[in-house]
Write a protein that binds this ligand. Structure first.
Ligand code: NAD
Ligand code: UDP
Length: 352
């Protein structure tokens, strides 16, 4: 690892910034590329003056060139409200970002790791999910821009390997949490912690019986780096914590850890919300020795400690609707007008 020159696409994001930390600590020269769509400069502020770290503001949908030997492609909004706010842009980011990463990989003979997702399994009929399961994704639902974008990215990775000899690694990442999550991005862990800290009711979508498996970010980074450095394995590898919790259980755990007056409020379940999710991690264990070490309670304590350091003037917890309305307001159209607008207009806006 010592002399590696690594490019981290999405390096100012939650996971990307932790990856930059780890690569710098391992002696690599690190370039973080990000358009700051959901990422934040404060995530990498501590690295900005490091002699082996550089930040490049750039949209991965446009080609880029840097002489590197490792490319980690994490550039893509990951929270449902964010990726649904501009769905066409989300698809383009996954597809064009991966294409540009692969083209650079071929030019520089660099290895490319794609941050894929458990969302490629959709609302799974097989539980838990092994890498051999092909998934049940609704290709025209509100989550499709993310799920199908990531599936297409995997397909590009495999085709570049077959047709052009690209050196690829594919990590299928399951729900990950930890410090530097954006407190306003609408994901369950950040929502619940912020709500508990503010004494607001925790918003459970549906009846809270749906399950997720939550991996602490340090454990995920162990897996990502080990996979990138595996000498030969090019098939997808699940990375996540196989312990499974219901949404209701997570709400109770967070309320128990934060001294809060919060109660629980039940809200409508978003369309196509997966009912269960838990990785089979045998492949990661056998190939990489990957075994998550941080139990949920301990990881939550560390994450709560981080959120408690944030100033009060943080963005409020958001829903997909409020993000979409905010985006439309920024683009100069009222929510009502935009809602009745044509698909062509939304598409044009996504390309701008
Ligand atoms: P994040 O939103 O914090 O990070 C994504 C980063 O990509 C942000 O910094 C954002 O500004 C950047 N980005 C988005 N579009 C871009 C573009 N067009 N050009 C350049 N940069 C762009 O999310 P995260 O949780 O850190 O996720 C990182 C990656 O891991 C994503 O690809 C996500 O799909 C994947 N992943 C994350 C999880 C999770 O639970 N955190 C689970 C599965 C997969
Ligand atoms: N969820 C919830 N309340 C919230 C945010 C999310 O009940 O305030 C639920 C959501 O419906 C899903 C699960 O928590 O079932 C995980 O949601 P998240 O957005 O974190 O990630 P997903 O796994 O759906 O991509």
């Amino acid at each position: 690892m010592n002399k590696r020159r690594a490019l981290v696409l999405g390096g100012a994001g939650f996971v990307g910034s932790h990856l930059c930390d780890r690569l710098v600590a391992k002696g690599a020269e690190v370039y973080a590329m990000d358009n700051l769509h959901t990422g934040r400069l404060e995530n990498i502020e501590h690295l900005r003056k490091h002699p082996r770290f550089s930040f490049i503001e750039h949209d991965v949908c446009e080609p880029f060139h840097l002489p590197v030997d490792r490319i980690y492609n994490l550039a893509c909004p990951a929270s449902p409200p964010h990726y649904q706010a501009d769905p066409v842009k989300t698809t383009l980011t996954s597809v064009l970002g991966t294409l540009n990463a692969l083209r650079l990989g071929i030019k520089c003979r660099a290895r490319v790791l794609q941050a894929s997702t458990s969302e490629v399994y959709g609302d799974p009929e097989v539980h838990p999910q092994p890498e051999t399961y092909r998934g049940a994704v609704n290709p025209i639902g509100p989550r499709a821009c993310y799920d199908e974008g990531k599936r297409c990215a995997e397909s590009l990775m495999a085709d570049f390997a077959r047709a052009h000899g690209a050196d690829i690694r594919i990590a299928r990442i399951f729900n990950t949490y930890g410090p530097r999550m954006d407190p306003g991005d609408g994901r369950i862990v950040s929502n619940f912690i912020m709500q508990a800290l503010r004494g607001e009711d925790l918003t459970i979508y549906g009846d809270g019986s749906q399950t997720r498996s939550f991996c602490y970010v340090d454990d995920l980074i162990d897996g990502i780096v080990a996979l990138m450095e595996h000498p030969s394995f090019t098939q997808p590898v699940n990375l996540g914590n196989p312990e499974e919790f219901s949404v209701r259980e997570l709400a109770d755990l967070v309320r128990g850890l934060v001294d809060t007056t919060s109660s629980i409020v039940f809200c409508p379940l978003p369309e196509d919300d997966p009912k269960v999710r838990k990785p089979v991690t045998n492949r990661a264990l056998e190939l990489l020795g990957f075994e998550p070490k941080v139990p949920l309670r301990e990881g939550l304590e560390r994450t709560i400690a981080y959120f408690m350091t944030l100033p009060d003037a943080r963005p409020r917890v958001v829903s997909a609707r409020s993000l979409i309305d905010a985006r439309r307001a920024k683009n100069g159209s009222s929510p009502t007008r935009a809602a009745s607008g044509s698909g062509a207009r939304s598409y044009k806006r996504a390309l701008i």
